[in-house]
Design a protein around this ligand. Sequence first.
Ligand code: SF4
Ligand code: SF4
Length: 428
Amino acid sequence: MNNNNYESLKQGAVTNWLKEDTSLYLLKKAILKAIKPFTRQQVDFNNELVSKIIEMDRQLVEAKLEFGLRHKLVEDMVVNLAQRIQIPEIEKAVDEKNIDGGAVAALTATNRTAIDIQQPIVNSDKLMGKLNGRHVVFRFVPTMLCNLRCSYCFLCKEEKQDKATMFDHFTADEWIKAMGNYAEYDVDFYMWGGEPFLLEDTRKIVKGFTEYDHVVYGRIDHNMTMVEKIVRDCPSSKVKINASWHTETYNFEQIVEKAMLLKSKNMIGMLNFVASDASMDYLKKHNLDLNWLINFFAERGIFMNVAGDFSKGNDAAYREFITQYTTNKDWDYIHNVYPSKGVACDAGTSFFTVFHDGSIKSCASDEVVGNFFEGTLKREVRTCPHESCLSLVSYCHQLDNEFSPVKHLDDYVLRNTIHRRKTGILRS
Ligand code: SF4
Ligand code: SF4
């Protein structure tokens, strides 16, 4: 591929693909599939072209949100690529109707060029992984307290009685000001608990954080008890709420109303439904069919997740039931089918927990690697020291899968929407 082709790929392709309504998910998957052999060999792929491809990937996820999901074949993408950059292997594959082969040929060719170019995207740096150098995720735990008492709660009694909050040492204004220290990064923040919005100051910092240009995304786990206050006090389409439907607390009509309120501000990442015995009994009692519900919400632009109840473990029949709704691979990561110890992972370069005193650690080591209030952050590629990595915000950082750690919740929704089309759960 010559430089002109590279330029056209870099500058025009994403826009054109969008206009032509090609399959965003499959395109992304093909790109990542092409990159994967290089990540396995741990070749340094911090070069401009790969960084641009990953940037395209980010744009594709964003475009999905803007344009809505489209269901078309990867064939469109391959034909477009073949016409645009005229790689003989692709044209041959298209002639032979070997669509996957064509996609991989196209993208492998772009990677060959990438490896040739060898232009570092960051100075110095040993940074290596799925991401370019600017992306970081900061995880906050405002409080472990919660205002609900779900019978299937995953937290133990001691955790739920921990009264410490992130505002014990620093005020909301101080947290907001400190976020300004990280303007050189594209910051993605994540909040969980307990119930993060139990504290009024959480809404204040969400508002403050999202007003920064460099804060590009935030996922917050929420039990739906404070939706009205969230949309009133900190509305932002950068924030994607992982909205849990606790059937012991809210009925179907109430949850629809709350989900639609979040949707009205483009703030719902997904509606999370844990398929526990209690919640499945609730559906049965109220004559609500799970597949109908999924389609009901999908028609309103809301992805209803069906999460496995952890207490059921890796039971084969339950796995078969849940994987109608989520990919096998997501199930496998969540159930530790791929133990994480020793796996190369981006967590040391881009996924950090910020503790209440401002100290920063990554799950890739025990070391304190920075201080939020001093604006420091040491980033290093590491291998995982833990036996398991069971959360979708974390396992997407492992280098042995193609999941995107950038806007990870959107990526999860995207891949599982496609999966549901394949399993026939989604009507359109
Ligand atoms: S809302 Fe979540 S944290 Fe709170 S009791 Fe229910 S499951 Fe536990
Ligand atoms: S726990 Fe997960 S995200 Fe953290 S280092 Fe291990 S593999 Fe990476």
